[in-house]
Ligand binder design. Structure first.
Ligand code: PLP
Length: 410
């Protein structure tokens, strides 16, 4: 994924494009709109909403919350609670759901990584908690984390935020050589598992051998739903998950789950505690309860039915465009992250005279506005997913892409 390109591309978007009036929270694929807002702020402020055929990209606001989540937020927003009590009770429930000893709601998977790392470094020692992220070694805090060379993708910045240094390793021998008295943990980036030479089980064995915590980032790796507990069952010391991607919790949430002592220590490093690196990662009670409601409904939904709907919808769009002269299509499912059907539409530039950017712009500025994956290495293809579409939007997406490809070929 080329995040920088996405950000660059989105910076150029025209403001105040087509307003669909249909991106209100509480609408889901399954339910009819249940709320009529008193004010339509998107319209008032001229904020473009769009059909999201790209996916759970942070800059595109990632996902829409189900009614259950909005209900949890709305209801709890009208009551006071003790923030730590909400986190205690929500964490306990989530821990049970994901087979972990402990869990907490964080401000995204990124904060989960920072706080989990902080918990490993400090334990419950208040002096160490205050010290992060400076001069760890002077304070007797371990300061090195091992990460496989193929697992560097930028998100390790979340670990650097605690003050650690990351040591790149490739082989088991490298691990043996790298471990020393400063080593705090061994981190694993699940979506890059195939880019490394050491897979989960061996990583865990190596960590166990050296009595180190093994930690894992699975931020975007649900579905399948079983990944929620798979890595806890395997024995990772902490697991970081995004709440606002396919699980459709509040976009700003994530979950840190894992060993009881790490979660306890991570919470000491977090808001509402004042002198901590986590104080700026505040999560409010509405988000905590919203995250819990999202997980609860995600775990209990009919995943086979949802998968079938995705296949039908991607098939519908594929059927609409695959026979256009010069077009070739391909349906695939990424094996780990964003594991959901994806359609690639490519064209012969001698027959269809448009580029990826141009087609992306036409779809974006058309009516209704549509976002697809219009970045990447190839100039003559776009890709799309259907898991963030609302009911019926697959028809609009199919029609618009067909129209634009037809115009470009005549
Ligand atoms: C999205 C993502 C994150 C960050 O998740 P947030 O919930 O946005 O903080 C971290 N790691 C990976 C691999 C991701 O895909």
């Amino acid at each position: 994924m080329k995040r920088r390109e996405i950000i660059k591309g989105l910076g150029l978007l025209p403001l105040g494009g087509t307003f669909l009036g249909s991106i209100l929270p509480g609408q889901s694929l399954l339910a009819a709109p249940s709320r009529v807002p008193k004010r339509n702020l998107l319209k008032e402020l001229g904020i473009r909403s769009f059909i999201n055929a790209a996916g759970t990209y942070t800059t595109m606001t990632a996902s829409l919350m189900h009614d259950e989540v909005v209900d949890a937020i709305e209801y709890s927003s009208k009551e006071f609670c003790m923030l730590n009590e909400v986190q205690d009770k929500v964490g306990e429930k989530i821990a049970q759901m994901v087979h972990a000893e402990g869990a907490m709601v964080t401000a995204g998977a990124f904060s989960a990584l920072t706080l989990g790392m902080a918990g490993i470094l400090t334990g419950t020692d208040q002096q160490k908690i205050k010290r992060l992220p400076h001069r760890l070694e002077e304070a007797g805090i371990k300061s090195e984390v091992l990460l496989q060379k193929g697992h560097f993708d930028g998100y390790e910045q979340a670990l650097y935020n605690t003050g650690v240094t990351i040591i790149s390793v490739e082989t088991a021998d490298d691990v043996e050589r790298a471990v020393n008295e400063k080593t705090a943990s061994m981190h694993f980036l699940n979506c890059n598992a195939m880019e490394g030479k050491i897979m989960h089980e061996q990583w865990l064995q190596l960590a166990k051998k050296h009595n180190l915590p093994a930690t894992i980032d699975i931020a975007a790796d649900v579905p399948p739903v079983s990944n929620l507990w798979k890595y806890n069952d395997m024995g990772f010391s902490f697991v970081a998950l995004s709440g606002g991607k396919a699980i459709r919790g509040p976009q700003s949430t994530g979950v840190l789950m894992g060993k009881k002592n790490i979660i306890e220590a991570a919470r000491l490093n977090d808001s509402p505690n004042g002198v901590t690196i986590g104080r700026g990662m505040k999560v409010n009670k509405e988000e905590m309860l919203g995250m819990y409601a999202a997980l609860d409904s995600y775990i209990n939904q009919d995943h086979d039915k949802e998968w079938k709907m995705w296949e039908d919808n991607i098939g519908y769009i594929n059927d609409a465009v695959k026979n256009i002269k010069g077009v070739t299509t391909e349906i695939s499912v990424p094996p780990i992250a964003n594991h959901t059907p994806k359609l690639r539409i490519a064209w012969d530039k001698n027959i269809i005279r448009t580029t990826r950017e141009n087609l992306g712009d036409k779809l974006r500025t058309g009516n209704p506005s549509i976002e697809v994956i219009s970045w990447g290495d190839e100039d003559n293809s776009i890709s799309l997913t259907v898991f963030m579409l609302k009911k019926g939007e697959e028809k609009i997406v199919a029609r618009r892409i067909k129209e634009e490809l037809s115009v470009a070929s005549s």
